[in-house]
Design a protein around this ligand. Sequence first.
Ligand SMILES: NC(=O)c1ccc[n+]([C@@H]2O[C@H](COP(=O)([O-])OP(=O)(O)OC[C@H]3O[C@@H](n4cnc5c(N)ncnc54)[C@H](OP(=O)(O)O)[C@@H]3O)[C@@H](O)[C@H]2O)c1
Length: 370
Amino acid sequence: MKFKILLLGFGNVGKGFCRLLSEKRKILKENYGIDPSVVGICTRTRGNVYDPGGIDLTIFLNRTERTPLIPLKEMLGSKVMIPEDPSVEELVSKADYDVLAECTLTSLDGGEPAYGWMKKALERGRSVITTNKGPIAFHYPELHELELKHGSRLLFEGTVMAGTPVFATFLQGLSGSRIQSFEGVLNGTCNYILELMQQGKGYGDALEKAREAGYAEADPAMDVEGYDSALKALILSNVLTKKSVPFEKIELQGIRAMDPGLIEQARSGKGKIRLVARGRLGDNNSDISVKPEVLLPEHPLYNLPGAMNGLVFNTDTVGQVYISGKGAGSRETGFALLSDLIALFPGKRHFHPSVSVHKEQLISRRAHLC
Ligand SMILES: NC(=O)c1ccc[n+]([C@@H]2O[C@H](COP(=O)([O-])OP(=O)(O)OC[C@H]3O[C@@H](n4cnc5c(N)ncnc54)[C@H](OP(=O)(O)O)[C@@H]3O)[C@@H](O)[C@H]2O)c1
């Protein structure tokens, strides 16, 4: 099955996704029966390109590595685009595509402008896959209504713990269960900084080390003030309850102005400090908090080295379910978009070759025994 992707954002995640599309083209076709092509790519500073015949991703990725700042249009060669210099809005509302892959920047400003683009695509009956936390944190119930109304789909695996399968776990693996609460360490940058602080570094030095290691942004507020964890907790609560909690209702404390007594408490009690996001999910309202806490060795989130993330679901069926994995990275988050893309076409899923070989071996072994 051939289908067309319009990609918004060609940064770490957008490039990671394109690399995986190139690398796994054969597997996508053979194992899942899908043959995607990217017809448009949009950025903020490098312009937008659109080629209904499909963009050659290998050329794009090679050239972008050599000359990262070159306008995308120059990489299309002599091909003329119609319209000539398309805006993101024009492409989202008029271009010929089947899936909008959205990975532009997360904003705390109501998730705009990505929220508007996603709404438009869903209204056109196009499916949306995204790693952008803003629209799902602030508008999930409304976007979910739109997907139901227009027969489109909205998937967002990469918004929490990158490509580590959070939503696949609870929407498929735990279907039929009630998730009563969750607790998670959802920001790798904070986890890394807190580990260094427990080893004796001051906050400033630990932040500098996190920058050097490529974990912290030049402006670290989104991470260290706890906003990133709060958005992820909001997304989990929105998706699990289909009701939204206002951002202002979250009890939110970051790690920048953390009570120094916590470090002492952790050391003397042999615990570890984590920035913990908690959600208690009720029928009518949910309570969400994000704050530094001391966790003892028996807690599942105690052992999370470096920038790892972890999440515990408390269910009414199988008790506690714990997932841990990487929560960031170009390939890891690009993979979230790829897994969402595959999930959009479940009817096309084929047996993985290794599974079918195994089956054939079993059949022939059984025949031999008979
Ligand atoms: N990186 C991760 O590990 C990770 C993990 C989980 C979730 N996420 C989320 O995934 C999204 C992308 O992250 P990233 O690391 O790829 O960010 P990034 O490297 O900064 O790339 C963002 C891309 O979006 C484009 N963009 C920004 N504003 C735009 C606008 N108004 N119109 C069109 N294009 C626009 C940028 O254009 P320019 O190229 O011109 O700047 C850039 O290509 C974010 O929402 C982030 O929170 C990232």
